[in-house]
Ligand binder design. Structure first.
Ligand code: PMP
Length: 387
């Protein structure tokens, strides 16, 4: 048999499967492990959305839709971001329905990057971006946000900007840190960028899971509107991870090119999921609220327990993750994670899965029931006491 692997796209050889998946695959081999690794809501998809999907199937709405998605859905998505975040996008030319935020990111990066384009990423950050940047021939450039509680500032960003910088990816509310940028902090970044030809890809997938202030989108600043590509979706807000519905909101001049990538990539998002999404954004605009209440209670519980165990951490204001420092235990994030799993059967994600700037931290997801969180905290406490 001839081995053909040497002919595979060389960009893929340096791309690993995500550190989060590695751990969750490993956990599956420990029957009694409690896992706090996955970034997906533990609530069922709201029943009215399920019913809309059944109805779509019964009515044989199972054909291709227009490439950018059903117009009614794009209208509902535009109305949603207008009423919630004061964003204005034309449904006909500035909105695309994608197969999750993941595919939205892919088509966006393939639209804006060329070989050698630099992409600034505030680290630590969600590990889904760097591989997509590399597959486009782009060069990831990390801005270290640790000294500022994981929040990017204009000062931290500026030294990384070169003539090759094509875009900046923002992810606030943040995975993995749960931090959020205030209106003033975003305004500073907007001021820095207003006269620069640099795109911002603003991944706002956690915009509905924000616990203090209201979500502010960078695209709501008039000077940033035409430079920002907003990514959002229903995975987190409506507990619809498996339905694979995301959105891009971008000026028509950019969207017209993104649609071509999308068309040749997936044709359109699943029609059945699009009808379900239409229901979510029509009659379920506030479906995230009861989930949010539960997340706040869980966050407060785990945060207090971690503080009492002696962890140092920032209090997250959004998403459903905590990102405590483990530096004082003198173990790498991977060693800490492996020992915690082996000795106490609790799975978390090592911080280095979120770029090298995450080393020295672990990510704990609190998208689990209080019962699981209580038991996991008891085990973590027993583990830490012995270190
Ligand atoms: N961006 C961030 C920051 C995420 O955490 C996730 C999911 N973990 C995604 C994008 C992908 O979302 P989707 O399921 O809609 O593809």
């Amino acid at each position: 048999m001839q081995r053909m692997e040497h002919l595979v796209n060389p960009s893929l050889k340096n791309i690993q499967i995500s550190g989060i998946r590695k751990i969750s695959n490993l956990v599956a081999t420990y029957k009694d492990a409690l896992t706090l690794t996955i970034g997906q809501p533990d609530f069922p998809t709201p029943e009215h959305i399920m019913q809309a999907a059944y109805a779509a199937i019964d009515a044989h709405k199972t054909t291709y839709t227009p490439n950018p998605g059903l117009l009614e859905l794009r209208q509902a998505a535009a109305a949603f971001v207008e009423s919630k975040y004061s964003l204005q996008y034309r449904p006909e030319s500035e909105v695309i329905v994608t197969s999750g935020a993941s595919q939205a990111l892919d088509i966006t990066l393939r639209t804006v990057l060329q070989e050698g384009s630099e992409v600034i990423l505030p680290g630590p950050i969600y590990p889904g971006y760097e591989p997509l940047v590399r597959l486009c021939g782009g060069v990831p450039v990390y801005a270290d946000t640790r000294a500022n509680g994981f929040k990017l500032t204009a000062e931290l960003l500026e030294p990384h900007i070169t003539e090759n910088t094509r875009c900046i990816i923002l992810c606030y509310p943040s995975n993995p840190t749960g931090r959020v940028l205030s209106r003033e902090e975003l305004a500073d970044i907007a001021r820095l960028l207003e006269n620069k030809s640099i795109f911002v890809i603003s991944d706002e997938i956690y915009s509905e899971l924000i616990y203090g202030q209201h979500h502010v989108s960078l695209a709501s600043f008039p000077s940033m509107r035409d430079k920002t590509i907003v990514i959002n979706g229903l995975s987190k807000s409506h507990s619809m991870t498996g339905w694979r519905i995301g959105f891009t909101f971008a000026p028509a001049a950019i969207t017209q090119h993104m649609v071509k990538v999308h068309q040749y990539n997936v044709t359109c998002a699943s029609s059945i999921s699009q009808y379900a999404a239409l229901e979510a954004l029509t009659n379920g605009v506030d479906d995230a609220l009861p989930m949010k209440e539960a997340y706040i209670q869980r966050r407060d519980y785990v945060y207090d327990r971690l503080l009492r165990m002696g962890f140092e951490l920032e209090k997250p204001e959004g998403a459903f993750y905590l990102f405590p420092s483990i530096e004082k235990f003198k173990l790498s994030s991977m060693d800490f994670t492996m020992r915690l799993l082996e000795e106490q059967r609790v799975a978390v994600v090592p911080g280095d899965a979120f770029s090298s700037f995450g080393e020295g931290y672990i990510r704990i997801s609190y998208a689990y029931s209080m019962d699981v969180l209580e038991q996991a905290c008891d085990r973590l406490e027993a583990f830490v006491r012995k270190l």
